[in-house]
Each structure stands twice: as structure tokens, then as C-alpha cells.
Write a protein that binds this ligand. Structure first.
Ligand code: NCD
Ligand code: ZN
Length: 349
């Protein structure tokens, strides 16, 4: 008999769905498996108002694989946000929270936050409304090595935010280092999302022979074996503070170059649940998979756990190299490689 895993339908708590034709293709991938997602607001015109958020939600829903798919949107925080609109957007659940991008940390982050103190009124609103601050936790400065950005952000900014807003719920997105895991573990009201690629790749998979592999290049950049082990432990051991967030971040192949001018982002939405299953199996922790994929996230966000289930079956198959349709061509993470789990059945009711 085929071996199967049945889990509560998951949610992707961190994904980039983009705009236009690309949105149409990648939204299908995410909504095929997940019930909800947090669609990141770093679109070309960032989602900084509730009007933009409502429009974005509508477009995503129109392009979803099933009509019950529920995209949640955080507001892209800037230093001159319209506070009243933001407050109302949180009250009306148009925004799930606010996303903090340090200026120039990643794709479309140029309108982000330079001085954390300047958004203290915004943080106060999020804390009072019991919503969530989602953080791209990297400090950008000339003298900070790319591998140390998470550590510096924690030491210089996150510690202060934690101290000044003790009841503010924070998600440290795409935790990429053992330092980040330790910070989440040792503080209250903070959780972390974990991507498949931070549990599968180390810096050797990105940088070699003076070139970079652009399809493995993302922010925060993948780090050492030790960091990878620490992130795997955080995900696979029943720890309620960590949950699924793919950070699937598609870029057209034309935007990917074997040097640092490349766009950062790994596209994994087409195979994300299978990748996570494979990792949990490697760790001998398939029994803990559901907690990570489908329970810890809604609990932290104070949302209901999904009713439906999905079934994955044990089956070897090769991941196609690209997601390709008309003028869209995106490299699939793990393209050309074999996976041993396949999404088999989803009940969309
Ligand atoms: C993301 C993107 O391209 O939007 N890139 C990435 O490398 N992860 C942005 C982000 O989450 O940093
Ligand atoms: Zn992201």
C-alpha cells in the first residue's frame, strides 16, 4: 500500500505573489495547497494603504485555485505612514499587521524604514490592537558582512523593540541563523517563520568559484551547516514558536544573474509542502509536521485552525525546471531534482 501523510490543510505565513501575469501563475501554486497565506506587501507600488490592500486581496482571490483561499496582507511600513488609515485597516482586518523592511535590505525595500524610532507610533498601534509586527530582520550597513546582518539587526534594533514594546507580537521572518533561533526561543511574544531553503542549503550552494548561483540566492542569505542544523531543530521538534513560511519569491529568469546584481529570491511555491515533508522525514519527525505546517501559525496569529485536510503520498517524481506560461519563466527551486512526496488530495470545502 502507498504510504501517505494526512495533515490539516496548511497556510503559508510568508509568500510573495507579485503582480500582473506573474501573480496569476504563482498564486495558483500557493492556493492549490494552502488555505491562507500572508501575501507580502513589497509589490512595485508597495501596499501602504488599506485601499491598496483591498485591491490586492481582490486580485489574488480572483486568481486563486479555489474560491475559499484567504490572502492576508500586512501593511508595508514606511516612516510617513498615514496612521489613521493604518489604525482603521487593522481594526477592519484589512491588515493582519505591519511588515518592517529595513531600507534597501531586499527586493522593493527602498521605501522601508531607516530609523526604527521613527515608526514607534506605528508599533504602538500594532501593540494596542493586538496585531503582529512582521520583521525582515537584517541590518544593512557597509561594514556589516552579508552573513552577519541578522545578528546585527537583532542586537541593534530587535532587542530595543522587544524592550520598548513588551506586549507587541513579533514574527522574525525567514529565520536564517542559530543566533536568530536562539533569540526567538529566549524571548516572549515572538515567533519565527522557516523556509524550506534555509533548511536545505548552505553558503557553499550559493557561492563557489567566484560566481554565485542566482537560484539559491535570497535574503537573508543561507549560512553555515551549524545554522542549518539549528533551524531544522527549531522546525522539527514540536516547538510552537516556529511555523511554515516559504518566502517563495519568484523573479523572472531574465532577472537572475551569476553575480551580486541578481535579484534575490527563491521560488518554491510549486513544491513547498513536498519539500517540507521531505525535510521532516529526513529528521525522523513526520509526526511533528502538522504542528509546524498547520497549527503553530494560526495559534500565534490568533486565527482558527483550518478544518480541511490534505494528503501527500510517498512517490518519487522529478521537479520540472521551470514554471513557464506565455512570457513568464521562473526557475523552480529543486528543479530537475527528485522529491519523494507528492501532494495527492486536497479537500477545498
Ligand atoms: C524577497 C523578494 O524578492 O520579494 N526576496 C528574498 O530574497 N527573500 C524579499 C524578502 O523576503 O526578503
Ligand atoms: Zn519574503
Amino acid at each position: 500500500m502507498t504510504k501517505t501523510i494526512k495533515i490539516i490543510q496548511p497556510d503559508d505565513w510568508h509568500v510573495h505573489l507579485r503582480e500582473g501575469e506573474m501573480l496569476k501563475q504563482v498564486t495558483k501554486c500557493t492556493s492549490r495547497v494552502n488555505k491562507r497565506c500572508i501575501a507580502m506587501p513589497n509589490t512595485n507600488i508597495p501596499i501602504t494603504t488599506s485601499k491598496l490592500a483591498l485591491e490586492y486581496k481582490k486580485i489574488i482571490k480572483e486568481n486563486s485555485f479555489n474560491k475559499n483561499f484567504d490572502p492576508l496582507i500586512p501593511c508595508y511600513l514606511t516612516e510617513n505612514l498615514k496612521l489613521e488609515d493604518f489604525r482603521l485597516g487593522l481594526e477592519k482586518n484589512i491588515f493582519i499587521g505591519g511588515k518592517l523592511y529595513p531600507t534597501n535590505a531586499t527586493t522593493n525595500s527602498e521605501f522601508g524604514v531607516h530609523n526604527i524610532k521613527s515608526i514607534y507610533p506605528v508599533l504602538e498601534i500594532i501593540e494596542n490592537k493586538k496585531k503582529v509586527l512582521l520583521v525582515h530582520g537584517e541590518k544593512i550597513r557597509n561594514n556589516i558582512d552579508i552573513f552577519d546582518r541578522e545578528k546585527y539587526f537583532i542586537d541593534e534594533d530587535l532587542v530595543k523593540i522587544r524592550h520598548d514594546f513588551p506586549n507587541l507580537k513579533i514574527v522574525l521572518e525567514h529565520v536564517s541563523s542559530s543566533y536568530g533561533v536562539d533569540f526567538v526561543n529566549s524571548n516572549n511574544n515572538i515567533a519565527g517563520t522557516i523556509t524550506p531553503h534555509h533548511m536545505m542549503l548552505t553558503k557553499k550552494d550559493v557561492f563557489s568559484n567566484n560566481t554565485i548561483n542566482p537560484h539559491h540566492f535570497c535574503m537573508p542569505v543561507v549560512k553555515t551547516e551549524n545554522d542549518l542544523i539549528s533551524i531544522r531543530n527549531a522546525a522539527c521538534n514540536n516547538n510552537s514558536k516556529f511555523f511554515l513560511g516559504t518566502d517563495s519569491a519568484p523573479h523572472h529568469v531574465d532577472q537572475k544573474h551569476p553575480n551580486l546584481s541578481t535579484k534575490a529570491g527563491i521560488f518554491s511555491a510549486s513544491i513547498s509542502i513536498e519539500l517540507y515533508a521531505q525535510i521532516f522525514e529526513e529528521e525522523g519527525c513526520l509526526d511533528k509536521f502538522e504542528k509546524f505546517s498547520s497549527i503553530n501559525g494560526p495559534k500565534f496569529y490568533n486565527l482558527p485552525i483550518n478544518n480541511n485536510h490534505i494528503i501527500l503520498s510517498k512517490e518519487d517524481w522529478e521537479v520540472p525546471n521551470y514554471l513557464e506560461k506565455d512570457e513568464i519563466k521562473i526557475k523552480n527551486f529543486f528543479g530537475g531534482k527528485k522529491l519523494s512526496w507528492k501532494l495527492n488530495e486536497v479537500n477545498y470545502s
